[in-house]
Design a protein around this ligand. Structure first.
Ligand code: G3P
Length: 218
């Protein structure tokens, strides 16, 4: 389970540390792998403060050099960031940049999670053999209806196509995931886990929200 902090007020700055510590506590208690993806600015401090995996929300397709305003995989690696989200629908990149980032992550021993909005895009990016592909229909992001309920076929079709092309890649799903029952349905459909944001970040009781989702993953 990866909690994407995005740029919500509730999950940036000091709040990023608070939520990451809650995620770590729940992960320890339930024995479920819970990763967090704070903003670039918060990621280093979060990484220093918790023992759960920390992901960056994006990475630019460049290495060391004359690149103003870019974030490189090498720089993330230097601060022990564990992995990167690539091609989130709120931060789409070109196909060649997806390939660059997945390969660079692999070379540096970091995890890659490529987002996709359709089964055919899931198949297209599977050829790069990322660690994870997260299927998220953009129209359901931030809403109250889970992808596993509204669009179950895009999970099953993505799982089928990805397993044929890159059997080791795990398929996660996200968008509108709010409850344990959304998660159980996602797992039934072949998903290995979830990518979630508002269901945790906007919850009245963040610990309960994370625990409910994590319990359903056990
Ligand atoms: O990256 C996770 C995401 O886009 C899903 O967002 O708010 O629907 O859980 P949300």
């Amino acid at each position: 389970m990866l909690i994407n902090f995005k740029n919500y007020r509730e999950s940036t700055g000091k709040n990023a540390l608070t939520i990451a510590r809650i995620a770590e506590k729940v992960s320890d208690e339930l024995g479920v792998v819970i990763s967090v993806a704070p903003t670039f600015i918060d990621a280093v401090k979060v990484k220093e403060s918790v023992s759960i995996p920390v992901y960056a929300q994006h990475v630019d397709p460049v290495g060391y050099g004359s690149y103003t305003g870019h974030v490189t995989m090498e720089n993330l690696k230097e601060y022990s960031i564990d992995g990167v989200i690539i091609n989130h629908s709120e931060r789409n990149v070109m196909v060649k940049d997806i390939e660059f980032a997945v390969k660079k992550a692999r070379d540096l021993g970091m995890k890659s999670m490529v987002c996709s909005s359709t089964p055919s895009i899931s198949g297209s990016v599977a050829v790069f053999n990322p660690d994870y592909i997260a299927i998220e229909p953009p129209e359901l992001i931030g809403g109250d209806v889970s992808v596993s309920v509204a669009r179950p076929e895009i999970i099953t079709e993505s799982v089928n196509i990805v397993k044929k092309i890159s059997p080791e890649t795990q398929v996660l799903c996200g968008a509108g995931v709010k409850t344990g029952s959304d998660v159980r349905k996602a797992i039934e459909l072949g998903s290995s886990g979830i990518l979630v944001a508002s269901g945790v970040i906007k919850a009245r009781d963040v610990e309960k929200a994370i625990s409910d989702l994590a319990n359903a993953l056990r």
